[in-house]
Design a protein around this ligand. Sequence first.
Ligand SMILES: Nc1ncnc2c1ncn2[C@@H]1O[C@H](COP(=O)(O)OP(=O)(O)O)[C@@H](O)[C@H]1O
Ligand SMILES: [Mg+2]
Length: 288
Amino acid sequence: MRSASSVSIPTWTTRAAQSSDLLTPKIDVRHVSRAFHGQRGSVQALRDVSLQIMPGEFVSLLGPSGCGKTTLLRLMDGLLDPDEGDVLIDGVPTGGPGPHAGFVFQSFRLLPWRTVIDNVEFPLQLQSLNKPTRQQRAVHYLHLVGLEGFEHNYPHELSGGMQQRVGLARALALEPQILLMDEPFGALDAQTREFMQMELSRIWDHLGIAVVFVTHSLDEALYLGDRVVLMSPRPGRVQEVLSVHLPRPRWEYDYRATPEFIDRRAHLWDRIRDMVADQPEFRLAHAE
Ligand SMILES: Nc1ncnc2c1ncn2[C@@H]1O[C@H](COP(=O)(O)OP(=O)(O)O)[C@@H](O)[C@H]1O
Ligand SMILES: [Mg+2]
């Protein structure tokens, strides 16, 4: 990893430690470290991670496999506790998992024996909401993600993109304060993925909710994010935070052709090239 002093930092690049704002961050990750202890020893997943996400901000999270991206989302969700440091939502410790966070997974995780609407209602049932409220919410968010008319279908009757829309509606129906998305479009084909990026952008614009979006795609990170957070290999740390500042809505112009996009993409690729080359799957591809 290069030290901060050895690289020139473009004007549109900021460091997490330099970010300051008078508003209370929606999510405030303060000097968080987390290890996992198993039979084959311990893994330090994150070390001294600090990151602030402001209300209504869309932050993309990039980094090599195993650098602790999922761990960081689970800490924000309250599913995990940090060994050191704090995770605050609106200035208050998360206090365990709850409806403050909606989670969207790469693998959709729908219940195959439940209809679309029942899948969306399921977490609301766990929140002990009454049936009319559950139904009303489920219908509202299914319509928002464009699934009107599919409420009574089963997951296997839907395409991958539609299944992930159900996953998104299920998370949004909790009316969470933050939306945590863990490589949500990673299992979709290229065209569906692009369409879902546009849809997510539209929905985010409508709801104004803070989103943390994990992806391996530089284009996706830059298309969606207000900022892109780049993490270093394990133990994961915030290596760099890049402000995107490309005009929105980005689907209304050919954003990939803009000089700003090309600059930022080249900058990110320059930073991650060495990390990617270190990953086992890449080494195998060049082994012959
Ligand atoms: N429940 C767990 N038990 C043991 N090790 C874990 C657990 N969760 C994650 N890890 C390890 O922590 C590191 C970071 O994992 P993860 O957060 O899933 O990374 P990423 O999402 O960036 O691929 C990895 O080495 C992973 O094997
Ligand atoms: Mg992960």
